[in-house]
Design a protein around this ligand. Structure first.
Ligand code: NAD
Length: 468
């Protein structure tokens, strides 16, 4: 598996989708290739010894700026992987109409092996390298969390950047996924998982599509399995449980747990924090890690790393729907087998775009220097209240207290973020679905998603006038 180039498989998907569009080869090549690749080696003193750290930042596309994409800390990081993930970001931003070019960063470390102080030193040095090379800035390239990173690392990046750029009024827009008290936005932590939920829910609401899969419409009672119980996996599982689905299995790198009646997601999260492992969770059956993917269920959500479903295990997958919360969790050879089995795949370029969508909202907040809802919440509440008073007076009828509270409530930042994300995911889903239904030669949703995004990017390039 390790020898298979991830970027090559993204490029193959690209070429396959591009056949359905009529653009010149040169333009398509420009959309496909990475525009700037930064490969770094820098020294950091760890426990009295110098360690040479391998790191990358790839800006895949400059057709829109800034570039945008997460930073991952993992031992699998290499130039090919970061380039592939950056390319997926370009396509993803286009699909959800986020006006950025794609980028990705990675540091080749096992974050679990370092103390917080050591991680902070590595993160700050990496950021300094990005500043030196002009690979970071609110108008240049804006990192975010990804596998192995979170708000903590984003705060260190912000602090390093603002230290070197004390006079930049928009400096807080240099990174997203920050803690809320440092210019972050409410809802960013759960954004990717929530986007996964909105995307799959919309698919499950399509009676025609569900009938084709021999499933009932809606989420109620559907069984779900999630692989990866980190940020994206935890939040996806939680939103599905809240909506009435039954999360029967969760898989981690050290084992999986299964309960046909459903797992309590918050209790499982507490168990993992207390014991350090997902296994031996009360009331559940422990399974080997790989067996988790093969549990019988309606919806399987890989939310860990790439290439976990491949030609050896694809035949054993029993789910009817696979929602790609992780980037590239299915290899091309694995996908062929799944499609033959008529399993519906909601592709990563669409399904995990909730993170970048809310990152975009955070960036807008940083540039406008004001919290969403601050200016108009009270105004809306006062004027709606006045309107209700008037209606009550004219009709001589009272609206009950509970209804009044709901009608009058103005939107907080979190309400606006959730509603903006829901709107984005639903619109993007229908754009992809309509392309899939309209073009009879397109046989799967991944190809349709690539077609939608390549078409939008090509049109942007043509508008720039550089491809007469
Ligand atoms: P995370 O580090 O918070 O969680 C990943 C989890 O997967 C960890 O708990 C890890 O132990 C587990 N894991 C690793 N290998 C595994 C394996 N072989 N089997 C089972 N579990 C395994 O990372 P995350 O932010 O949740 O990201 C997960 C995936 O989602 C990645 O592919 C990432 O690129 C993608 N993604 C993340 C975001 C985001 O906002 N964080 C946005 C878009 C896409």
């Amino acid at each position: 598996m390790a020898n298979l180039s991830f970027f090559k498989s993204v490029s193959d998907y690209f070429d396959n989708a591009a056949q359905h569009l009529k653009y010149p080869k040169g333009l398509l090549d420009q959309i496909k290739v990475p525009n700037s690749v930064l490969s770094l080696r820098f020294p950091v003193k760890i426990a009295g010894k110098i360690e040479i750290i391998e790191a990358y930042r790839v800006q895949h596309s400059h057709h829109k700026v800034p570039c945008k994409g997460g930073i991952r800390y993992a031992m699998g990081v290499n130039q090919d992987e970061v380039t592939a993930l950056a390319a997926l970001m370009t396509l993803k931003c286009a699909i959800v109409d986020v006006p950025f070019g794609g980028a990705k960063g990675g540091i080749r470390i096992d974050a679990r092996k370092y103390t917080d102080q050591q991680l902070q030193r590595i993160t700050r040095r990496y950021t300094t390298e990005l500043i030196k090379k002009k690979f970071i800035g609110p108008g240049i390239d804006v990192p975010a969390p990804d596998y192995g990173t979170g708000a903590k690392e984003m705060a260190w990046i912000l602090d390093t950047y603002t230290t070197f750029n004390p006079d930049q009024i928009d400096a807080y827009g240099c990174v997203t996924g920050k803690p809320v008290n440092l210019g972050g936005i409410r809802g960013r932590t759960e954004a990717t998982g929530l986007g996964v939920f909105y995307g799959i829910r919309e698919f499950c609401d399509q009676a025609e599509d569900m009938k084709a899969l021999k499933l009932n419409t809606g989420l109620e009672g559907k069984t779900v399995v999630v692989q990866g119980f980190g940020n994206v996996g935890y939040w996806s599982a939680k939103f599905f449980q809240n909506a009435g689905a039954i999360v029967v299995g969760i898989a981690e790198y050290d084992g999986a747990v299964y309960n046909p009646k459903g797992l309590d997601i918050d209790a499982l999260s507490k168990h993992v924090k207390a014991s350090g492992s997902i296994t031996n969770f009360a009331g559940s059956k422990s399974l080997p890690s790989n067996a988790g993917l093969e549990i019988e269920c309606d919806i399987l959500i890989p939310a860990a790393i790439e290439s976990v479903i491949h030609k050896e295990n694809a035949k054993n997958i029993k789910a009817k729907i696979i929602g790609e919360a992780a980037n590239g969790p299915i290899t091309p050879a694995g996908e062929k087998i799944l499609l033959k089995k008529k399993i519906a795949i909601l592709p990563d370029t669409f399904l995990n775009a909730g993170g970048v969508t809310v990152s975009y909202f955070e960036w807008l907040k940083n540039l406008s220097h004001v919290r969403f809802g601050r200016m108009d919440k009270r105004f809306y509440e006062n004027s709606t209240s006045l309107m209700l008073d008037t209606v009550e007076r004219i009709t001589d009828k009272k609206v009950n207290k509970r209804d009044r509270k709901q009608i009058v409530k103005g939107a907080d930042e979190i309400d606006l973020v959730y509603s903006g994300l829901e709107e984005t995911m639903i619109n993007a889903f229908h754009e992809i679905r309509e392309t899939y239904k309209r073009k009879k030669t397109i046989s799967d949703l991944r190809t349709a998603a690539f077609v939608v995004s390549i078409d939008k990017i090509a049109k942007s390039y043509l508008s720039l006038g550089i491809f007469p």
